[in-house]
Ligand binder design. Structure first.
Ligand SMILES: [Zn+2]
Length: 429
């Protein structure tokens, strides 16, 4: 093992002491970054003003825009000659964000990936095909070096030419694949079309985009793998920040390397335990580009109950972006929560629309949802019960009364690309 195995199951006190020590070291490291020197001096914060982990709340957040403003090397805390690699994040608009790594950073990062892969039972006996982009995207080289660290056989196939990918899986006896869930779906379809079973596959590692439990079931059936969710972002090294263990019920985040907070994206306050909000991460072991309280924009929650594997608190699967949050009568609602509730009710389909109106100065939320064709009997009494059930399930999950309208199968709009399921009519009045 290249990493200290004991670190995965530290008792809370020992873990907190380690986190505090590393947080203080990070506060010293950021003094090499002009942005942080100014930010922290404005806030009156020195490493000695952080006496316990709760004091982290005094530190201002770092936002994606701050990193963009620092383009290209404004956030580097070491001289450029110590930076041995650069990645960039795909900037949807304007300049991308540049991320730098020292040799120690690359080691720490590949250790994290190796920890994740080991956690799900991947060993030196495995044959690993890495079907993601090997360029500036961190998923390619990140997984590549993590897998090599374990010592398995790595096939850096990258993306494209699906027929050739299938050929390699079969010819080389590949046991583990890594790709996006949408590419895995495509791969399985092409394999089916070709009538080529992928019999050697055992494990699928899927990440870089949110995916659902139903996608998991489909991929597992079609590819004959056990599928694991992987989470990360380039600003925090790349993939490897959080990963499912064999329980596959939430993702372990490595608390010795990342300090995690969940905040209300509107107020910036930490939310109560078990509440959904925006994931904020302070990496604890980064050299080239240390960050303080980085707002990921991803929505999740901390799962309070420990895991059977005893690796500590997990985060729930990422269910959306904090920018999508709605405030209804003072309660924060994420469209992904609504989707989550509806997916658990088999009598309704997964097509829905949400309308928000102001009625007598009060916010009113209406959810239109299609009845599942298989359950659509045309009996009005059945529908009344189903309608009540959906209202109750939504109220339990959101703590909010909603109006539910059941509509016929196929009657709601379909979306290509990003779905626009929420129509907020409050500002239109
Ligand atoms: Zn676990």
């Amino acid at each position: 093992m290249f990493w200290d195995k004991k670190i995965e199951t530290l008792k809370p006190d020992a873990l907190h002491a380690l986190q505090l020590k590393r947080l203080k070291k990070t506060l010293l490291q950021v003094q090499n970054v002009g942005f942080y020197r100014q930010r922290l001096s404005e806030a009156g914060i020195t490493p000695s003003s952080i006496k316990n982990l709760d004091d982290i709340k005094k530190i201002p957040f770092t936002k994606k825009q701050d990193l963009r403003d620092g383009y290209p090397f404004g956030f580097f805390a070491v001289p450029l000659k110590k930076v041995v690699r650069i990645h960039t994040t795909s900037g949807t608009t304007g300049k991308p964000t540049v991320v730098g790594y020292t040799r120690n950073d690359l080691d720490a990062w590949s250790d994290l990936i190796a920890r994740n892969m080991t956690m799900v039972g991947i060993t030196t006996d495995d044959i690993f095909q890495n079907m993601v982009n090997y360029g500036m995207f961190t998923g390619g080289l990140g997984f590549h070096y993590g897998a090599e660290k374990i010592g398995m056989t790595v096939i850096p196939s990258a993306t494209g030419n699906t027929k050739r990918q299938i050929e390699m899986i079969n010819d080389f006896g590949v046991t583990v694949i890594h790709c996006t869930p949408s590419y895995a779906m495509h791969l399985s379809e092409i394999a089916e079309e070709l009538g080529t079973p992928l019999e050697s596959l055992k494990t699928g590692l899927f990440g870089a985009e949110p995916w659902s439990e139903s996608t998991r079931k489909t991929l597992e059936k079609r590819l004959g793998v056990t599928a694991y969710d992987s989470y990360g972002l380039s600003e925090l090294f790349g993939p490897g920040v959080a990963f499912e263990c064999p329980e596959r019920d939430g993702l372990h985040i490595w608390h010795d390397s990342y300090f995690v907070e969940i905040i209300d994206p509107k107020t910036g306050e930490q939310v109560a335990n078990g509440e959904r909000g925006e994931l904020v991460v302070t990496p604890l072991v980064k050299e080239a580009m240390p960050l303080l309280r980085y707002r990921t924009g991803d929505v999740t929650m901390l799962l309070e109950d420990g895991c059977l594997c005893r690796r500590g608190k997990k985060i729930a699967r990422i269910t959306g972006r904090s920018d999508d949050m709605l405030v209804i009568r003072g309660i924060n609602v994420f469209p992904s929560q609504i989707e989550h509730v509806l997916l658990k009710i088999p009598e309704v389909g997964n097509q829905f629309m949400v309308y928000i109106d102001k009625v007598n100065h009060l916010d009113e939320m209406t959810v239109e949802v299609e009845i599942n064709r298989e359950y659509f009997s045309g009996e009005l009494a059945d529908l009344a019960n189903l309608q009540k059930k959906v209202v109750k399930e939504l109220r339990d999950a959101l703590e909010l009364r909603t109006t539910v309208k059941l509509v016929e199968p196929g009657s709601l709009p379909r979306f290509e690309g990003k779905a626009k399921r929420v129509i907020d009519r409050r500002e239109m009045e």
